[in-house]
Design a binder for this molecule. Structure first.
Ligand SMILES: [Zn+2]
Length: 134
């Protein structure tokens, strides 16, 4: 008995399909955010009211739009990286420690790049002060 079984071919085909679907959806959502501009750099400008002196409101809306678009873009990057690893045959390995990511985690989040332990450590690093600051 081994707890480090590779995902079966059927699992991988299913995951690849889910990742490809997610990629399509994300692309559509990002396109919707960029509608009318066609330029990632000016995303959000379409939500600035045309006739207003209140630029504060427009800026706030634009900032939220940009934050949303960035989130979508970063998820799309994860999904595309996962598809790349699937095709390269390295899918399911943690990018930090190289251990296999639990199949249950991959099913829940096919674009996962780290095992639960490394993801937890990363989130702690990002949330708190740097551990190296003494
Ligand atoms: Zn790891």
């Amino acid at each position: 008995m081994s707890s480090t079984a590779r995902p079966s071919a059927t699992d991988l085909a299913d995951l690849e399909k889910r990742l490809a679907d997610r990629q399509q959806r994300l692309r559509g959502e990002i396109k919707a955010h960029l509608r009318g501009t066609g330029d990632e750099g000016v995303v959000g400008l379409s939500s600035v009211p045309a006739e207003t002196d209140d630029w504060g409101v427009g800026d706030e809306m634009a900032a939220r739009d940009i934050a949303e678009a960035h989130q979508l873009l970063s998820e799309l990057a994860d999904v595309e990286a996962a598809l790349g690893r699937l095709r390269a045959g390295t899918y399911g390995e943690c990018v930090d420690c190289g251990e296999r990511i639990a199949p249950a985690r991959l099913r829940a989040y096919p674009a996962a790049t780290r095992c639960v332990a490394c993801q937890g450590a990363l989130e702690k690093r990002e949330a708190g002060p740097p551990l190296t600051a003494v």
